[in-house]
Ligand binder design. Structure first.
Ligand code: GLN
Length: 502
């Protein structure tokens, strides 16, 4: 029988590795060691990881290999290495959220996601870099230095989950986990040529996910293929009584949807308000090509208007800072991580103020101030209250659109990866990266970014965003996998194979 796997171990996707592991062609220890070696080789340059625990990863891999050898029934992702965004707790493992204020904090408990990964026998390699408390679109706001984009080390890998996306694109891990409050899974996926999914709000438990904006936060899968993302989605999602917004209903069958990808007869809506002016020419060109591919596959593509999307960014940058300013009040030097100025004579208030002054970076402080202002008495209705009304209008736009079409599409980001340093001192320019991803978070439905090609002017990856109604996550996988397969057939190889070697 022909082997399941050909070529370099680190370049395999999770589905192939899973089949090879089951067939006994390779062991989890070999796969894990290959990832760890790759991390040693390239991560000085890429800086995707904040923390790697080689011993723990190898011990998990060894245990899984032994159980497999003993004939134990193991899950589909058993023995596969994964990179975890540093915003999720894992018992005893440093969790910084990219912030100096949490330096040295080791949580005493597992997030529900980590519990599920353990139950699925996934091998966690370590924690990935991110913008501080997930505020940003470039990973430059990390308190531990930026991550670099494997396609071009002078460029950003997106944010806030740039570490997870870069780990995939640099072949340091076949799977990763991200969180998406305004685009932090999809935007990094788009600019690194990888796949990222923001599941329906409430689909994946937020227990043990350090909160940024609780009404928007959602964790999701990051992978190099749509099928791999589906397999990880299936492991992560499901009801959890410890998260009060968790959905108590069956998870849509995303793996079956990715397997039976067929868009014939599907109605796909092109969002008029996303993708026009302000979008890079090469991004629009690749997007138009992808629309042709979808039409050739038998989908019916129509234009749809979502008029209130123009106000999404403004509403988001009131709602997010408001919720963040209240969530981040808990970091006061008393309970977690850093404590500054505690010289024995300082008052509690002085220690709290010094700790927050030293521990938080500029972007976090900016948002705490914005949010505190938006929530202040006398301004609450004019800012926070008004933004919530816009949010309702955006949800209605989606509802009306989904009466006409099965999914909506747009470019995921207005441009390809920009240069490190280019936007870091210009918050508005940075915020504009999220123009196309934010509406979905505000409405609570789901979306995926899938790579569609390279922009002609800079040769960098472009992503297409697919948006579906709440609990319609399977539609994302159906369309994403069909598009991925058609583009693969055209190109002859996966786009990710074109990452320059590091
Ligand atoms: N870039 C967005 C922001 O800065 C998205 C954040 C996120 O999804 N965590 O808020």
């Amino acid at each position: 029988m022909a082997p399941v796997m050909e070529g370099d171990l680190i370049r395999q996707d999770a589905s192939t590795l899973s089949a090879a592991l089951a067939a006994g062609e390779v062991t989890s220890q070999e796969v894990t060691q290959a990832c760890l070696d790759r991390i040693s080789q390239v991560d000085n340059d890429v800086h995707a990881f904040l923390y790697v625990d080689s011993d723990a990863a190898m011990a998990t891999a060894r245990d899984i290999d032994q159980r497999r050898a003993a004939g134990e029934e193991l899950g589909p992702l058993a023995g596969i290495p994964l990179a975890l965004k540093d915003v999720l707790t894992m018992r005893g493992v440093p969790t910084t959220c990219g912030s100096r204020i949490l330096e040295g904090w080791r949580p005493p408990y597992d997030s529900t996601i980590v519990e599920r990964l353990r139950a699925a026998d996934v091998v966690v390699l370590g924690k990935t870099n991110m913008d501080e408390f997930a505020m940003g679109s470039s990973t430059e706001h990390s308190g531990y230095g930026p991550t670099r984009n494997p396609w071009d080390l002078e460029r950003i890998p997106g944010g806030s989950g740039g570490g997870s996306a870069a780990a995939l694109a640099a072949f340091e891990a076949p799977l990763a986990i991200g969180t998406d409050t305004g685009g932090s899974i999809r935007q990094p996926a788009s600019v690194t040529g990888t796949v990222g999914v923001k599941p329906t709000y409430g689909a994946v438990s937020r227990y043990g996910l350090v909160a940024l904006a609780s009404s928007l936060d959602q964790a999701g899968p990051c992978a190099r293929t749509v099928m791999d993302a589906a397999m990880l989605h299936e492991v992560m999602a499901g009801y959890d009584p410890r998260d009060s917004t968790s959905i108590n209903a069956p998870v849509p069958d995303v793996v079956a949807a990715a397997r039976n990808a067929d868009v014939r007869g599907m109605r796909i809506g092109l969002v008029r308000e996303l993708g026009g002016e302000g979008y890079q020419a090469g991004v629009r060109e690749q997007f138009d090509n992808a629309v042709h591919v979808l039409t050739d596959l038998g989908a019916e593509v129509v234009e749809v208007s979502c008029p209130h999307f123009d106000y999404a960014l403004g509403a988001y940058y009131l709602i997010l800072p408001s919720e963040a300013s209240s969530n981040l009040a808990r970091f006061d030097g008393m309970r977690y991580g850093l404590r500054a100025g505690d010289d024995g004579s300082a008052s509690v208030e002085e220690v709290m103020a010094r700790t927050r002054e030293e521990g938080f970076g500029a972007e976090v402080k900016r948002r705490i101030m914005l949010g505190t202002y938006a929530l202040s008495s006398g301004y609450y209705d004019a800012y926070y209250g008004q933004a919530q009304k816009v949010r309702t209008l955006i949800s209605r736009d989606f509802a009306e659109a989904f009466d006409q079409v099965d999914v909506l599409i747009s470019p995921t980001t207005p441009t390809t990866a920009f240069k490190i340093g280019e936007k870091v001192d210009d918050p508005l320019a940075m915020y504009l990266n999220d123009i196309a991803t934010i509406p979905v978070n505000l409405a609570g439905n789901c979306a995926m970014s899938v790579p569609i090609g390279l922009a002609s002017e800079d040769g960098l990856p472009v992503g297409l965003q697919i948006m579906a109604p709440a609990q319609g996550d399977d539609r994302l996988y159906r369309v994403g996998a069909a598009l991925e397969q058609a583009l693969l057939d055209k190109r002859g190889h996966a786009l990710i194979e074109e990452v320059p070697s590091l």
